[in-house]
Design a protein around this ligand. Structure first.
Ligand code: 13P
Length: 250
């Protein structure tokens, strides 16, 4: 039986200010207790230097919410993986649906971001997931295949040895409509099998997180599913108490 370590990641999105960000990180650290699961927060770029200081020596890891698809150069407004690694970012979210739908991130650019992160030793958290329309048209698995294939084709299946996948159904993000435990498990199992068809060892090892209106009252059921290894938490990660409750329900 393969034991995967569970992981809970907070995605703060574009919320808070410097003072509230520091307070939130300190509040989370204060409540970590003894829990074998991993925990991280993905914070706005400008707060990375200060939160990097706050989390030093604690069990809370740091991540970014995106990373450039290029290594360096004339790319105004972008932040490179090398810059993030200067501040001990362990993770970088790539391909979040908000990036895909509002800022034009494509499967190809997401794959390039994924590779850039790994080149600097940063673990990419690759977000995949279908819209409501795609689910209703029975396209969920096709959408996920395409999103995964873009990365597999560029990086190779072994790249998933150092990556995390987050299944985030777009219809569940920020809507209060969580996927049911079974709905989420069905897609998580599908993702693991899709990877297993290419490499069983990679599939057994990879952490697949659920994201989309995960809250203290529904986290336990989701995390109990065999292919759900933790969560990528938006709204509920902005409050230390509710984020910790989710973490401790692993
Ligand atoms: P919510 O938890 O606010 O639905 O957001 C999920 C998400 O997008 C995490 O990346």
């Amino acid at each position: 039986m393969i034991m995967r370590r569970s992981l809970v990641v907070g995605n703060w999105k574009m919320n808070g200010n410097l003072a509230s960000a520091e307070l939130l990180a300190k509040g989370i650290i204060a409540g970590l207790g003894s829990n074998n699961a991993e925990i991280a927060v993905c914070v706005p770029y400008v707060y990375i230097p200060s939160i990097s200081e706050v989390v030093k020596g604690s069990g809370l890891a740091l991540g970014s919410q995106n990373v450039a698809d290029k290594a360096s150069g004339a790319f105004t407004g972008e932040i490179s993986a090398a810059m993030l690694s200067e501040f001990n970012c362990k993770y970088a979210i790539v391909g979040h649906s908000e990036r895909r739908s509002y800022y034009g991130d494509t499967n190809e650019s997401v794959a390039a971001r994924f590779c850039q992160a790994q080149e600097q030793g940063i673990i990419p958290i690759l977000c995949v997931g279908e819209t409501l329309e795609q689910r209703e048209q029975d396209q969920t698995f096709d959408v996920i295949n395409t999103q995964l294939d873009a990365v597999i084709n560029l990086a190779g299946i072994n790249a998933f040895n150092n990556a995390v996948i987050a299944y985030e159904p777009v219809w569940a993000i920020g809507t209060g409509k969580t996927a049911s435990d079974e709905q989420a498990q069905e897609v998580h199992r599908y993702i693991r099998q899709y990877i297993a068809a290419k490499d069983q060892t990679v599939a057994d090892k990879i952490q697949i997180l659920y994201g989309g209106s995960a809250k203290p009252d529904n986290a336990k059921g989701l995390f109990a599913m065999p292919d759900i290894d933790g969560g990528l938490i938006g709204g509920a990660s902005l409050d230390a108490e509710s984020f910790l409750k989710i973490y401790h329900s692993i």
